[in-house]
Ligand binder design. Structure first.
Ligand SMILES: Cc1cc2nc3c(=O)[nH]c(=O)nc-3n(C[C@H](O)[C@H](O)[C@H](O)COP(=O)(O)OP(=O)(O)OC[C@H]3O[C@@H](n4cnc5c(N)ncnc54)[C@H](O)[C@@H]3O)c2cc1C
Length: 543
């Protein structure tokens, strides 16, 4: 019989995926506890007051990838979630008077200003992306086929899973399969150069390829990261981005409310010190304050490298597994700022206030500029001409700032995850924050003078605050060697770790990073299958 203080599942980390997993497990009537090191839930999806009267999403800042099935099944709208769409998707200003606006029904006319050929090709480009994005959409809520050794029942199950994936891809025409191959292997730069001639249209899509991805847009594999940002939707509209009213913390709050409604117990300010391993299996956690909490399933929502190198004794893990996990590639190259503004910015190329100020404002006018930003960061620690996306959520949500004032998110790339000269990011925070403000000021003179207060998070701050190693926003690079059946490692893509009773529910599992809820959803299915049918779990036990 179970001890009264033990649970069916203990979840490490109340990031949004931990909360989604908790909600699904609790909904299935399991006894679930979530323990979070921070004083608030949400992980990277969180809102905070960073200056008196000014609130903003601290890290993640825009919604588009959150899975509609998760929203529906967990009734997130009934638990307080409201998502409003940007009135313009993106606005790309330049320093010499031109600009590009991408918005429903307007983008083609905008493109025609620069190139009739680009405007003509735009629909075909979107159709090509959509074909592959549709395949991804079908795969995000399914465990990838897991690679297993030797003939076994598990092997058969995985073979069926692989056949289902092959069937989905096999349904594509030959040309569509070629597009899929391109998008999984090519650089975004090569892919986009093959379609368009205008710098701004290529920059619009190229930004998605380097966001959170410490790479040049000409690095092979970046076309996939571009695609990863294309499979979302908001309020039923595909490839649309929106804003959660109240900031990203409202997304997490709605998930926490759903989990609690079904009976999950969520404890904050409760860091896990280590996972308890007995007789080769995971069976609970010890918190920093020494309390032990036991459970049939131990579910990790943290970066897998953090789990395996910091929270589990090395001698409890298979050596080859641990060696590989130590080489898990983390490090995003992002610098995140929140600023309180006394007034809206006036861009030289489009000065009057308008819907373009509700957009993701991308300051990075070409792929060549993005390539230089990466090369510069590798050599000097940060790019002297950085890539910045600015979002001003108070244009869509007046709950974030006092009347007449505004808040803006600056998502800045590229900075090195660790400065190459061995110095600490603590020495450079203010210098780089000044550079980011000055960069926006070049496009919108007067911006610097309108900044009332600022919050700046270096990669080191993201690691310290949220456990995002190297500031990696995805819990591990989205490169081919770390995707799908290889996320987090070949043989462990089914949300089950190398120890019986241990599971992965965070972004380090398929389909990876972003506020999607998908890893949390998928992990819950694996855990439910094992806890309901323990004989199946035994059959799956690792050698
Ligand atoms: C700066 C930034 C900007 C981003 N922008 C966007 C965006 O606009 N849109 C988007 O969709 N995605 C964005 N992302 C990506 C997205 O936010 C993340 O991929 C996603 O939120 C990760 O969710 P998660 O639940 O998997 O993990 P996390 O949110 O990382 O949650 C893990 C949780 O575990 C906790 N934890 C760590 N160690 C312990 C421990 N020892 N004990 C207990 N708890 C622990 C952490 O505190 C954290 O709460 C951004 C990320 C960052 C960092």
């Amino acid at each position: 019989m179970r001890a009264p203080d033990s649970y069916d599942a203990i979840i490490i980390g109340a990031g949004h995926n931990g909360l989604v997993c908790a909600a699904y497990l609790a909904r299935a009537r399991l006894r679930v506890k979530v323990v979070e090191q921070r004083s608030v839930v949400g992980g990277a999806a969180v809102t905070a007051e960073f200056h008196p009267g000014f609130r903003n999403s601290v890290a993640a800042y825009t919604v588009g990838l959150l899975n509609p099935k998760v929203i529906g099944e967990l009734a997130l709208h009934d638990h307080g979630l409201t998502i409003v769409e940007r009135r313009v998707q993106n606005f790309l200003p330049t320093l010499h008077g031109d600009h590009l606006v991408s918005a429903d029904g307007q983008t083609k006319a905008q493109l025609a200003k620069f190139s009739a050929r680009d405007a003509e090709r735009f629909d075909a480009f979107n159709a090509a992306i959509d074909v592959v994005a549709d395949v991804l959409r079908d795969l995000v809520l399914r465990a990838p086929p897991n690679v297993v050794e030797g003939p076994s029942v598990r092997g058969l199950v995985e073979a069926v899973r692989a056949a289902l994936t092959a069937k989905r891809v096999g349904g594509l025409s030959l040309e569509q399969r070629r597009i899929l191959l391109d998008l999984f292997t090519k650089s975004a730069g090569d892919y986009l150069d093959g379609w368009f001639e205008g710098d701004l249209i290529k920059a619009l899509f190229g930004f998605d390829a380097v966001v959170g991805n410490y790479a040049s847009p000409y690095t092979p594999g970046t076309a996939y990261v571009m695609l990863h940002h294309a499979f979302g939707e908001v309020n039923g509209k595909r490839r649309t981005w929106g804003h959660a009213v109240g900031g990203m913390g409202a997304v997490a709050a709605s998930m926490a409310a759903a989990a609690q409604r079904h009976g999950a117990d969520i404890e904050t300010s409760a860091p896990v010190r280590e996972v308890i391993v007995e007789r080769g299996g995971a069976c609970g956690v010890v918190l920093a304050d020494g309390r032990a909490i036991r459970a049939r399933a131990v579910v990790s929502g943290v970066n897998p490298k953090l789990l395996y190198t910091k929270l589990i004794a090395a001698d409890a893990l298979p050596k080859t597994f641990l060696d590989r996990m130590r080489r898990w590639r983390c490090g995003s190259g992002t610098f995140r700022m929140n600023v309180a503004l006394s007034r809206l910015p006036r861009f030289t190329c489009l000065p009057e206030p308008g819907d373009h100020l509700t957009a993701g404002i991308i300051m990075a006018p070409s792929l060549a500029y993005m390539d230089r930003a990466y090369q510069d960061a590798r050599q000097q620690g940060w790019s002297r001409e950085p890539i910045i996306e600015m979002l001003i959520p108070s244009t869509l949500d007046d709950s974030l700032a006092p009347a007449g004032a505004h808040v803006a998110s600056l998502f800045c790339q590229h900075v090195a995850p660790e400065p190459p000269d061995g110095s600490s990011w603590d020495q450079h925070r203010d210098t780089v924050a000044d550079l980011m403000i000055a960069t926006v000021d070049r496009y919108a003179p007067g911006f610097a003078a309108s900044v009332i207060a600022r919050q700046a998070l270096t990669p080191l701050d993201l690691e310290r605050e949220f456990g995002l190693l190297g500031g990696d926003i995805f819990h591990g690079a989205l490169s081919l060697d770390q995707l799908y059946s290889a996320r987090p490692m070949l043989g462990y893509a089914d949300y089950r770790g190398p120890l019986p009773g241990l599971y992965h529910c965070g972004s380090g599992a398929h389909p990876g990073g972003g506020v999607t809820g998908a890893p949390g959803h998928n992990a819950a299915q694996a855990i439910l299958a094992d806890l309901r049918w323990p004989f199946r779990r035994a059959a799956r036990e690792r050698p």
